[in-house]
Design a protein around this ligand. Structure first.
Ligand code: ADE
Length: 225
Protein backbone atom coordinates (compact mmCIF):
# COMPACT_ATOMS: atom_id res chain seq x y z
CA UNK A 1 0.00 0.00 0.00
CA UNK A 2 1.11 3.54 -0.74
CA UNK A 3 0.28 6.29 1.82
CA UNK A 4 0.79 10.02 1.23
CA UNK A 5 0.25 12.57 3.99
CA UNK A 6 -0.12 16.33 3.43
CA UNK A 7 0.43 18.45 6.55
CA UNK A 8 2.04 21.65 7.82
CA UNK A 9 3.65 19.54 10.60
CA UNK A 10 5.62 16.77 8.83
CA UNK A 11 7.64 16.14 12.01
CA UNK A 12 4.50 14.76 13.69
CA UNK A 13 4.81 11.66 11.56
CA UNK A 14 8.37 10.68 12.50
CA UNK A 15 6.87 8.16 14.96
CA UNK A 16 5.74 6.11 11.95
CA UNK A 17 9.43 5.12 11.56
CA UNK A 18 9.29 2.94 14.67
CA UNK A 19 7.56 -0.26 15.80
CA UNK A 20 5.32 -2.38 13.62
CA UNK A 21 4.68 0.20 10.90
CA UNK A 22 8.37 1.10 10.77
CA UNK A 23 9.14 -2.56 10.03
CA UNK A 24 6.33 -2.72 7.45
CA UNK A 25 7.92 0.26 5.69
CA UNK A 26 11.38 -1.29 5.78
CA UNK A 27 10.06 -4.52 4.30
CA UNK A 28 8.21 -2.63 1.55
CA UNK A 29 4.67 -3.64 2.60
CA UNK A 30 3.87 0.04 3.18
CA UNK A 31 5.38 2.89 1.19
CA UNK A 32 4.83 6.17 3.04
CA UNK A 33 5.62 9.78 2.13
CA UNK A 34 4.97 12.93 4.15
CA UNK A 35 4.57 16.22 2.25
CA UNK A 36 4.90 19.70 3.76
CA UNK A 37 1.95 21.78 2.51
CA UNK A 38 4.17 24.88 2.62
CA UNK A 39 6.31 23.39 -0.17
CA UNK A 40 3.29 23.94 -2.45
CA UNK A 41 2.95 27.67 -1.71
CA UNK A 42 4.32 30.30 -4.09
CA UNK A 43 4.72 33.35 -1.86
CA UNK A 44 7.76 34.39 0.14
CA UNK A 45 6.04 33.76 3.47
CA UNK A 46 4.81 30.30 2.46
CA UNK A 47 1.28 31.27 3.51
CA UNK A 48 -1.23 28.45 4.01
CA UNK A 49 -4.13 30.26 5.72
CA UNK A 50 -6.29 33.37 5.51
CA UNK A 51 -9.30 34.96 7.24
CA UNK A 52 -12.72 33.37 6.66
CA UNK A 53 -15.20 34.87 4.19
CA UNK A 54 -18.29 35.91 6.13
CA UNK A 55 -16.25 36.59 9.25
CA UNK A 56 -15.80 34.49 12.36
CA UNK A 57 -12.97 33.35 14.58
CA UNK A 58 -9.80 31.67 13.40
CA UNK A 59 -8.16 31.13 10.04
CA UNK A 60 -9.05 28.90 7.10
CA UNK A 61 -6.53 26.98 5.00
CA UNK A 62 -6.20 28.47 1.51
CA UNK A 63 -7.18 26.29 -1.45
CA UNK A 64 -4.22 26.98 -3.78
CA UNK A 65 -1.46 25.03 -1.94
CA UNK A 66 -3.88 22.14 -1.42
CA UNK A 67 -4.70 22.07 -5.14
CA UNK A 68 -1.02 21.92 -6.07
CA UNK A 69 -0.29 19.25 -3.45
CA UNK A 70 -3.20 17.05 -4.53
CA UNK A 71 -2.31 17.44 -8.23
CA UNK A 72 1.19 16.15 -7.51
CA UNK A 73 -0.02 13.15 -5.46
CA UNK A 74 -3.35 11.85 -6.80
CA UNK A 75 -3.80 9.14 -9.37
CA UNK A 76 -6.82 7.13 -10.52
CA UNK A 77 -6.58 4.62 -7.66
CA UNK A 78 -6.29 7.15 -4.82
CA UNK A 79 -8.73 7.60 -1.98
CA UNK A 80 -8.42 10.93 -0.15
CA UNK A 81 -9.18 11.05 3.56
CA UNK A 82 -9.69 14.39 5.27
CA UNK A 83 -9.70 13.90 9.07
CA UNK A 84 -12.49 16.10 10.42
CA UNK A 85 -14.73 16.18 13.50
CA UNK A 86 -17.53 16.75 10.95
CA UNK A 87 -16.79 13.48 9.15
CA UNK A 88 -18.28 9.97 9.35
CA UNK A 89 -17.09 7.95 12.34
CA UNK A 90 -13.91 5.91 11.73
CA UNK A 91 -14.45 2.34 13.01
CA UNK A 92 -12.77 -1.06 12.73
CA UNK A 93 -15.03 -1.69 9.71
CA UNK A 94 -13.63 1.46 8.05
CA UNK A 95 -10.09 0.27 8.80
CA UNK A 96 -10.89 -3.08 7.18
CA UNK A 97 -12.31 -1.38 4.06
CA UNK A 98 -9.29 0.90 3.71
CA UNK A 99 -6.79 -1.94 4.25
CA UNK A 100 -7.58 -3.31 0.79
CA UNK A 101 -6.98 0.02 -0.99
CA UNK A 102 -3.84 0.63 -3.06
CA UNK A 103 -3.32 4.33 -2.31
CA UNK A 104 -4.45 6.39 0.71
CA UNK A 105 -3.92 10.16 0.83
CA UNK A 106 -4.41 11.94 4.16
CA UNK A 107 -5.08 15.70 3.99
CA UNK A 108 -4.47 17.09 7.47
CA UNK A 109 -6.21 20.40 8.11
CA UNK A 110 -5.36 22.85 10.89
CA UNK A 111 -6.95 26.06 12.13
CA UNK A 112 -10.71 26.22 11.54
CA UNK A 113 -10.48 23.85 8.60
CA UNK A 114 -9.70 23.79 4.89
CA UNK A 115 -11.53 25.86 2.25
CA UNK A 116 -14.48 23.61 1.35
CA UNK A 117 -13.68 23.83 -2.38
CA UNK A 118 -10.60 21.65 -1.74
CA UNK A 119 -12.87 18.75 -0.80
CA UNK A 120 -15.08 19.47 -3.84
CA UNK A 121 -12.03 19.58 -6.14
CA UNK A 122 -10.53 16.40 -4.67
CA UNK A 123 -13.84 14.63 -5.34
CA UNK A 124 -13.50 15.43 -9.06
CA UNK A 125 -10.13 13.66 -9.08
CA UNK A 126 -10.57 10.74 -6.65
CA UNK A 127 -12.83 9.15 -4.07
CA UNK A 128 -13.02 11.35 -0.94
CA UNK A 129 -14.01 10.59 2.66
CA UNK A 130 -14.22 12.93 5.64
CA UNK A 131 -13.43 10.83 8.71
CA UNK A 132 -13.87 11.61 12.40
CA UNK A 133 -12.03 9.82 15.22
CA UNK A 134 -14.84 10.53 17.65
CA UNK A 135 -17.03 13.22 19.15
CA UNK A 136 -14.28 15.49 20.42
CA UNK A 137 -12.15 18.19 18.81
CA UNK A 138 -8.42 17.86 18.13
CA UNK A 139 -6.20 20.76 17.06
CA UNK A 140 -5.83 19.31 13.60
CA UNK A 141 -5.97 16.16 11.52
CA UNK A 142 -2.45 14.90 12.26
CA UNK A 143 -3.14 12.81 15.36
CA UNK A 144 -6.32 11.45 13.78
CA UNK A 145 -4.44 10.53 10.58
CA UNK A 146 -1.79 8.77 12.64
CA UNK A 147 -4.41 6.69 14.47
CA UNK A 148 -6.11 5.77 11.19
CA UNK A 149 -2.80 4.82 9.55
CA UNK A 150 -1.96 2.54 12.47
CA UNK A 151 -5.42 0.95 12.50
CA UNK A 152 -5.30 0.33 8.72
CA UNK A 153 -1.61 -0.56 8.46
CA UNK A 154 -1.76 -3.42 10.96
CA UNK A 155 -4.54 -5.08 8.90
CA UNK A 156 -2.41 -5.28 5.76
CA UNK A 157 -1.45 -8.95 5.27
CA UNK A 158 2.11 -9.58 6.53
CA UNK A 159 2.35 -6.53 8.80
CA UNK A 160 1.39 -8.46 11.95
CA UNK A 161 3.36 -11.63 12.61
CA UNK A 162 0.47 -13.73 13.94
CA UNK A 163 -2.75 -13.03 11.97
CA UNK A 164 -4.76 -14.95 14.61
CA UNK A 165 -4.30 -12.00 16.98
CA UNK A 166 -6.32 -9.86 14.52
CA UNK A 167 -9.21 -12.33 14.71
CA UNK A 168 -9.39 -12.36 18.51
CA UNK A 169 -9.06 -8.66 19.29
CA UNK A 170 -11.66 -6.11 20.39
CA UNK A 171 -14.15 -5.00 17.71
CA UNK A 172 -13.14 -7.62 15.12
CA UNK A 173 -16.30 -9.60 16.03
CA UNK A 174 -18.29 -6.56 17.20
CA UNK A 175 -17.58 -7.25 20.89
CA UNK A 176 -14.94 -6.05 23.35
CA UNK A 177 -12.01 -8.40 23.93
CA UNK A 178 -11.91 -10.86 26.86
CA UNK A 179 -9.36 -10.18 29.67
CA UNK A 180 -5.89 -11.73 29.35
CA UNK A 181 -3.47 -13.07 32.00
CA UNK A 182 0.09 -14.42 32.06
CA UNK A 183 2.43 -15.93 34.68
CA UNK A 184 2.66 -15.89 37.68
CA UNK A 185 -0.69 -17.50 38.61
CA UNK A 186 -0.63 -15.58 41.93
CA UNK A 187 0.45 -11.94 42.07
CA UNK A 188 0.07 -9.61 45.06
CA UNK A 189 -2.77 -11.74 46.34
CA UNK A 190 -4.61 -11.64 43.01
CA UNK A 191 -5.41 -14.86 41.16
CA UNK A 192 -5.79 -15.85 37.54
CA UNK A 193 -9.34 -17.18 36.90
CA UNK A 194 -9.00 -20.96 37.59
CA UNK A 195 -10.69 -22.00 34.33
CA UNK A 196 -7.67 -20.64 32.40
CA UNK A 197 -5.40 -23.09 34.29
CA UNK A 198 -7.75 -26.06 33.71
CA UNK A 199 -6.42 -27.03 30.27
CA UNK A 200 -10.07 -27.52 29.23
CA UNK A 201 -10.25 -25.77 25.83
CA UNK A 202 -14.04 -25.87 25.54
CA UNK A 203 -14.52 -24.38 29.00
CA UNK A 204 -11.91 -21.70 28.30
CA UNK A 205 -13.57 -20.69 25.02
CA UNK A 206 -16.99 -20.53 26.72
CA UNK A 207 -15.60 -18.44 29.61
CA UNK A 208 -13.93 -16.01 27.21
CA UNK A 209 -17.13 -15.57 25.19
CA UNK A 210 -19.09 -14.94 28.38
CA UNK A 211 -16.51 -12.33 29.48
CA UNK A 212 -16.76 -10.59 26.10
CA UNK A 213 -20.53 -10.37 26.36
CA UNK A 214 -20.48 -9.24 30.00
CA UNK A 215 -17.89 -6.51 29.32
CA UNK A 216 -19.64 -5.28 26.20
CA UNK A 217 -23.02 -5.14 27.99
CA UNK A 218 -21.46 -3.21 30.91
CA UNK A 219 -19.05 -0.83 29.10
CA UNK A 220 -20.37 -0.49 25.52
CA UNK A 221 -24.04 -1.56 25.42
CA UNK A 222 -24.38 0.48 22.18
CA UNK A 223 -22.35 -2.21 20.38
CA UNK A 224 -25.04 -4.81 21.13
CA UNK A 225 -27.92 -2.82 19.57
N1 ADE B 1 -9.71 17.09 13.54
C1 ADE B 1 -10.10 17.73 14.64
N2 ADE B 1 -10.85 16.94 15.42
C2 ADE B 1 -10.94 15.73 14.79
C3 ADE B 1 -11.59 14.51 15.08
N3 ADE B 1 -12.30 14.32 16.19
N4 ADE B 1 -11.47 13.51 14.20
C4 ADE B 1 -10.77 13.68 13.06
N5 ADE B 1 -10.13 14.81 12.74
C5 ADE B 1 -10.21 15.84 13.59
Amino acid sequence: MRIDIVTIFPEFFSVLDVSLLGRARESGLIELAVHDLRDFTRDRHRTVDDTPYGGGAGMVMKPEPWGEALDSILDTESIVIFPSPAGELFTQATAQELASEKHLVFGCGRYEGIDERVVEYAATRARVRLMSMGDYVLNGGEVAAMAMIEAVGRLIPGVIGNPQSLVEESHSDGLLEYPSYTKPAQWRGLEVPPVLLSGHHGAIAAWRREQQLERTRRIRPDLLD
